[in-house]
Design a protein around this ligand. Structure first.
Ligand code: FE2
Length: 367
């Protein structure tokens, strides 16, 4: 039996951000991204140390957490990294098995199986160390039917199966930036410890621009549903965008989260209207676009208006767009992606995209 069959992962259960002010972060994801606040813990629910808001849309679930006391790991994380992804939680059939399976294969254990209970049943989880200070959490909620987890109280109720919001449907991939020389180590971690396999890789030839080079490898789980690209900086004439991230984040961490939409035009139009800022490629990108990518279903004028990027490979095409970093420091950002057959990452857009990133780096005085 191959490793991937031995270690099944159902889906990304949630992504938890440690932030400086969870109330304001929750409002940002509600107002800017259309999430619904479905659960909460904090002083009002009896938690004296942490305030957390669970934000849901489609099958995407974010948790934003802040410490309400000064000497707390969440406060230390926020001080060291700014707001950032602290926990990537994956739903598994058995959290105890997942912990033993991964730690036996070399993962650093953080929290062995924990079983939390309340009136809604039993919620089980375990935690191993991921890249940098990022934690990988295994969650088994098969015997739990509460709002999120014990300790949380329900807030807004989802009508129907999921909250449609502005069309954000599920997590497509979660990208980690690691230190120079760390990419292969983390690819091996995913292969050997988690049973993932390498899907594709990009090197200098694909993606170096004049200044901002990086190397990237993509690993995925056995189902192909969960993809973790890993970037490391490469030598360029000037500072790599990955090195800029590492400098400001204070080490390795999540660079961007890509979220699938079924209708990128309406999703991005809604986000722009809600004040979310995106990277801007030059208008010349849209000259000869159809010659480069062939016919697409979407209206090219609308695509150009919204500054959405298009790429095609043997399997089909994809549309994608990237937000600017969501904080004052150039660390985490989001990608919105719609796939029409293509399972790629938009390699044809890397040059235009990285030039746009470098323009922003130059504005920040970091190129
Ligand atoms: Fe991406």
């Amino acid at each position: 039996m191959s490793v991937e069959d031995q270690f099944p992962i159902k889906r990304v259960d949630h992504i938890e951000f440690y932030v400086g002010n969870a109330k304001q972060s929750a409002a940002y994801y509600r107002d800017g991204f259309g999430f619904l606040k479905t659960a909460y813990r904090g002083m009002e629910t009896g938690d004296r140390e942490v305030a957390s808001y669970v934000m849901e849309q489609g099958h995407v679930r974010f948790v934003v957490s802040a410490a309400t006391v000064r000497d707390h790991e969440i406060a230390h994380h926020a001080h060291k990294h700014g707001d950032g992804v602290a926990v990537i939680a994956m739903e598994v059939p058995d959290a105890d098995y997942a912990y033993r399976f991964t730690t036996e294969r070399g993962a650093e254990g953080v929290t062995p199986l924990q079983c939390l209970t309340d009136d809604h049943g039993e919620y089980r989880y375990s935690i191993i160390q991921g890249y940098g200070d990022t934690l990988f959490k295994f969650v088994d909620r098969s015997d739990y039917n509460g709002a999120f987890a014990p300790g949380y109280e329900q807030r807004e109720v989802i009508e129907g199966k999921t909250h449609p919001g502005i069309g954000l449907a599920s997590v497509d991939h979660i990208v980690g930036n690691v230190e120079l020389g760390g990419m292969d180590k983390w690819v091996r971690f995913f292969e050997e410890v988690m049973g993932f396999s390498m899907l594709t890789h990009f090197d200098d030839d694909d993606i170096s621009t004049e200044y901002s080079a990086l190397m990237s490898k993509v690993v995925q789980d056995g189902t192909g549903k969960i993809k973790f690209p890993i970037n490391e900086p490469a030598e360029g004439r000037r500072k790599s965008q990955i090195q800029e991230y590492l400098d400001y984040y204070g080490g390795p961490g999540v660079q961007h989260i890509a979220i699938i939409t079924g209708d990128i035009i309406s999703t991005v139009a809604a986000m722009r209207q809600r004040g979310i800022e995106f990277l801007q490629v030059p208008p010349t990108y849209y000259e000869n676009l159809t010659e480069r990518v062939g016919d697409i279903k979407e209206d090219i004028d609308r695509i150009a208006d919204l500054n959405i990027l298009v790429d095609r490979d043997e399997e089909g095409y994809l549309l994608q767009i990237f937000t600017k970093p969501i904080e004052d420091i150039p660390t985490i950002f989001f990608e919105i992606i719609q796939r029409h057959g293509s399972r790629g990452f938009g390699v044809g857009n890397f040059k235009a995209l990285f030039e746009a990133i470098e323009q922003e780096q130059a504005l920040r005085g970091n190129l």
